[in-house]
Design a protein around this ligand. Sequence first.
Ligand SMILES: [Fe+2]
Ligand SMILES: [Fe+2]
Length: 259
Amino acid sequence: MTRLIVLTDLHYTATAPETGPDPDTRLAAALDHALACVPDAALIVITGDLTDKGDAASYARLRARLAGLPVPVQLMIGNHDHRENFLAAFPDTPCDADGFVQSYRDLGDTRLVFLDTLFAPPYEYPASHCGWLCDSCMAWLDGVLSEAPGRVVIFLHHPPHETGFRAMDYLRLRNGAAFHDLIGRHGNVALTVSGHVHRNISGAHRGTPFAVFKSPMRQMPLDFETLDFHAECDDPPGFGILTLTLDAVQVQTEDVPLK
Ligand SMILES: [Fe+2]
Ligand SMILES: [Fe+2]
């Protein structure tokens, strides 16, 4: 049995904001709680929106917080990130041959795949808030799925499916249909794991199970019809836990106690 901790949407800032919670305080609390709950975690995956503005100072602050953790960390980028600034701060992060922040690692016969769905450069908003897998990224994924030793869990910041929230569905992975065509041809993807929506959501899309996790920072209210991309509420912060057994991939969610 292997357990993973999944954090998403840290939205780090360079300094504590004048109002609202400090992402650094929230992440520290989430890491403390997660590592107390899962002290034997094999990996911490952070599925993008590492920073709020993608600036170098925010990445530097995050790097300081993550230094010295007892568990390896897999970092991914999201629509609030800046690929070049991220790689300057975390130069050891593996990339594919075309420079996208994509990689995989095998835990036994389970292949964990980490995708780069950032639709930039150019960094032009609101378009760059949508997710996209270009032909190069799709071809890379095709090869990685072909060579997988067994089942596959795919992590990607933007959900490759609708979640029922109008605003966030507009900002989902816009070529999710092509993504599902591709993984359907391989038939070995056990689960997709995303963030971006800032809520816990689970289900199955075209037969593939999915999990979307809430943020250690701020949450989106349960308002299916809102068109406000920035809507937020006081729901408690949280994270996800994946347990890999011989027969199953189990999904847990956990809230972080606020002191
Ligand atoms: Fe986010
Ligand atoms: Fe996002």
